[in-house]
Design a protein around this ligand. Structure first.
Ligand SMILES: Cc1cc2nc3c(=O)[nH]c(=O)nc-3n(C[C@H](O)[C@H](O)[C@H](O)COP(=O)(O)O)c2cc1C
Length: 276
């Protein structure tokens, strides 16, 4: 059986950019060691989610998702479930989380990739700065994380070289089948309900550059008026973090209470977890 890898793919949804950074780093490290090209497939924006991608058995696909409420972001599930055909390609599911927990997101992504015809050979939960916060896991992934990612790339390459047949799905932590979504809590410990919260815009700071309009993964910002949210908001914070004028912000009390609870209760350094 020929288990040669001819291309490494970095596949990701990454509104704020942390998932992209982690996945591209890992894919690049593996591609360099195998001496094969690396290609990116970014499904962050609506136009990038239109086609169906068919992979080959000589592909190794590093597939990264941010963790939202302990799971694969539910508004992206249709894309992840229906827009890729594995065709026996190898895959490495990666869940990027903001210092609380990746809960069932990694096992959920692993199961979807296996169902789509990929063979998962490794997996990881990696820590990145939380999109809601400037202090939670600030600066992550940092130097220590990058060294662990580099080491993981070596272990993946070593595993590939020993494979004689398609392996069983990689064993990862999480409930199988995945359980409920994490319920965000406020400072008082009660559920914080902010599903309908939308970003506000300080029009004295906004210079109409349009970056928020272009980078909204849901295409939800009115192209003629950046303060007008015309569609669904998934609270990804792409508009908040990518606005150079700092004009976008959330003032929803329930949302802010949840953010403050996270910053109060999840200050310990969460470590990345690797599965092979
Ligand atoms: C809506 C939302 C929900 C999140 N839920 C979790 C969570 O349950 N656990 C966690 O540790 N981090 C959580 N995070 C943090 C993200 O996983 C983290 O910020 C990630 O880096 C975002 O990916 P990106 O930078 O590629 O956009 C959440 C972030 C957002 C925006």
């Amino acid at each position: 059986m020929n288990l040669e890898i001819r291309k490494v793919w970095a596949v990701y949804f990454s509104p704020v950019g942390n998932t992209e950074k982690a996945v591209v780093s890992l894919a690049g490290a593996i591609g360099a060691k195998l001496g094969v090209p690396v290609e990116k497939l970014d499904y962050t924006l609506p136009a990038q989610r239109e086609g169906v991608n068919s992979f080959q058995k000589t592909d190794l696909v590093i597939w990264g998702t941010p963790v939202y409420a302990g799971r694969v972001p539910n508004k992206l599930l249709p894309y992840v479930q229906e827009h890729s055909i594995g065709n026996d390609a190898f895959a490495v599911p990666i869940a990027i989380f903001g210092n609380r927990s990746f809960d069932d997101a990694l096992i959920e992504l692993r199961n979807i990739l296996e169902a789509n015809g990929f063979h998962t050979i490794a997996g990881a939960g990696l820590v990145a700065q939380h999109a809601f916060s400037t202090v939670l896991a600030a600066g992550r992934p940092d130097q220590a994380d990058m060294e662990k990612i580099e080491n993981f790339s070596k272990e993946i390459v070593a595993k590939i070289s020993t494979l004689k047949a398609y392996p069983k799905p990689v064993g990862v932590t999480g409930a199988n089948p995945p359980q409920v979504y994490y319920t965000p809590k406020g400072l008082d410990g009660n559920p914080a309900v902010f599903l309908k919260a939308k970003p506000k815009t300080d029009m004295e700071k906004c210079n109409h550059c349009g970056v928020c309009i272009r980078r909204c993964p849901m295409g939800s910002i009115n192209p003629n008026d950046p303060s007008d949210i015309i569609g669904i908001c998934i609270k990804c914070h792409a508009c908040v973090k990518r606005c150079e004028q700092n004009a976008k912000y959330f003032d929803d009390e329930q949302f802010l209470s949840h953010k403050r609870m996270l910053e109060r209760d999840f200050t310990r350094r969460a470590e990345p977890e690797f599965f092979l």
